[in-house]
Every structure is written in structure tokens, then in C-alpha cells.
Design a protein around this ligand. Structure first.
Ligand code: 13P
Length: 251
């Protein structure tokens, strides 16, 4: 049985004090939740202060990006060990906004994934097609390219801790959600692909989150799909009440 994981991607929202406030409000609402992995991913500037607020409680902390190098002359970038030393446990990699606005290719995502896996960070690797690609019937090809590209050169043993997030780009921030069946279909496709390339046990055990306009109103129907193991939530994670409602929709 795969453990459900609900993660909030705060993107470029919340100053330090605002992030601390949101983390406190969330903690108040989910202090009794124990069977679900809960993660929040604030911007870099708020990671340390939010980590202090969350402590050893039920909400864990992740970053939205990292660089692949251990350290070096990479102005403006952040390395895995910098994240780890301030309490980060997860890192989002290959988000479609990074692919679209910052030129992140599959090979960059692959380098970052390898760097994260060399540490104890748990990577959340995002994949998903654009609207035009779906309309042209290219969903599976695009998703396959993202998964194979990100996982290149890694073995099933390497990939054990990895989480995938299927985020159709056309559903992000648009209010348009993939229907539960549409999402489940792509998740099943990914699992089948992993089975062929990496074997049955990785395909069975890997967790695949859905992301794209997940809200309290649609969370239960998405999360009840057999192949959907959680959600990666953008907009609705910026409000403690709606994010906690999504978490509670798992049970
Ligand atoms: P929204 O939930 O705002 O559509 O964002 C989804 C997302 O990109 C999470 O990473």
C-alpha cells in the first residue's frame, strides 16, 4: 500500500513573516493527521523560518528547486547541502514553470535528480504535457520523454525514494482540472512504462502525485483514483484552510 503524500508548492508567494503565519495556521489544522505525508515548499527565503515553526511535527519541508553542483560559482543558485542543513527533506525538480521560463531540459532535470539522490533529499519530479501536445495526441510521448529523460542512468534501487508528480501544464493555475479518469489514465501509463523499464517492484511502489488546480472540491474524487497517490497543490496550498481540507480529503 502506497502512503499518500500531499505537498504544497507555494511558488513565488509569501514573504518570510507571511510564510511563518501560514505554516502556523496549517499546523493548527493538521496536528492530528498521522497517516499522510504532508509537505510544504515555501520560497528559499522562507525555508529556514518555516522549518523552525514546523519542527518535528507532521508537516515536512521541501524546496522548489536546487542546483546539481555541490557548490561553486553559480550566482543565484542553491545546493542540496544548503537545503539539508536548514531542515529540508524534499525538493521539487523539473516543474513545468522551470522548464518553460528557465529552460530546464530533461538532461538538466536528470543532473539535478542525480545530485538530490546523492543526498538524503526526497525528489519530487514533475512531468506533464502542454495543451497543444494533448490536443495533438502526444500526451503519452511527452510524459514518457520526461520520465525517461529524468531517470536516465539510474537504477531501480537508485529510484526507490523518488516521487513523481503528473502535472498537465494546461491544468496548472487555470482552474481546469484533468478529470479523475484522465489523470488516472496517465498515471497508469507511467506505471506501465516504469514496469517495462525498471521492473515490477519500482512500478508498484513509486508514488505518483497529481497536480493542476487541485482544490477542496475536487480533491476527494482525484485522490480516490487507484493510481493517484497524492497531490501537488499550487494556489490552494496558499490558504491553510483549503490546503488542510485537501489533506483531509485523503481519508
Ligand atoms: P495549481 O494548483 O495552482 O494549479 O498549481 C499546480 C502546481 O503547479 C503545483 O506544482
Amino acid at each position: 500500500m502506497r502512503r499518500a503524500i500531499i505537498a504544497g508548492n507555494w511558488k513565488m508567494h509569501k514573504t518570510g513573516p507571511e510564510a511563518v503565519q501560514l505554516a502556523k495556521e496549517l499546523l493548527n489544522r493538521v496536528s492530528d493527521v498521522s497517516n499522510i505525508e504532508i509537505v510544504v515548499c515555501p520560497p528559499f527565503t522562507a525555508l529556514e523560518s518555516v522549518a523552525w515553526v514546523l519542527g518535528e511535527g507532521p508537516v515536512k519541508i521541501g524546496a522548489q528547486n536546487m542546483h546539481w553542483a555541490d557548490e561553486g560559482a553559480y550566482t543565484g543558485e542553491v545546493a542540496a547541502k544548503m537545503l539539508l542543513t536548514i531542515g529540508c527533506r524534499y525538493v521539487i525538480l523539473g516543474h513545468s514553470e522551470r522548464r518553460a521560463h528557465f529552460g530546464e531540459s530533461n538532461s538538466i532535470v536528470n543532473k539535478k535528480l542525480k545530485a538530490a539522490l546523492a543526498t538524503s533529499l526526497v525528489p519530487i519530479v514533475c512531468v506533464g504535457e502542454k495543451l497543444g501536445e494533448r490536443e495533438k495526441g502526444q500526451t503519452e510521448a511527452v510524459v514518457q520523454g520526461h520520465v525517461v529523460g529524468a531517470f536516465e542512468g539510474l537504477s531501480p534501487a537508485d529510484l526507490q525514494s523518488v516521487i513523481l508528480a503528473y502535472e498537465p501544464v494546461w491544468a496548472i493555475g487555470t482552474g481546469k482540472t484533468a478529470s479523475p479518469e484522465q489523470a488516472n489514465e496517465v498515471h497508469a501509463f507511467i506505471r506501465d512504462l516504469l514496469k517495462k523499464s525498471f521492473g515490477e517492484s519500482l512500478a508498484r511502489d513509486i508514488r505518483i502525485q497529481y497536480g493542476g488546480s487541485v482544490k477542496p472540491e475536487n480533491a476527494a474524487s482525484l485522490l480516490s483514483q487507484p493510481e493517484i497517490d497524492g497531490a501537488l497543490v499550487g494556489g490552494a496550498s496558499l490558504d491553510a484552510e483549503s490546503f488542510s481540507q485537501i489533506i483531509k480529503a485523503v481519508t
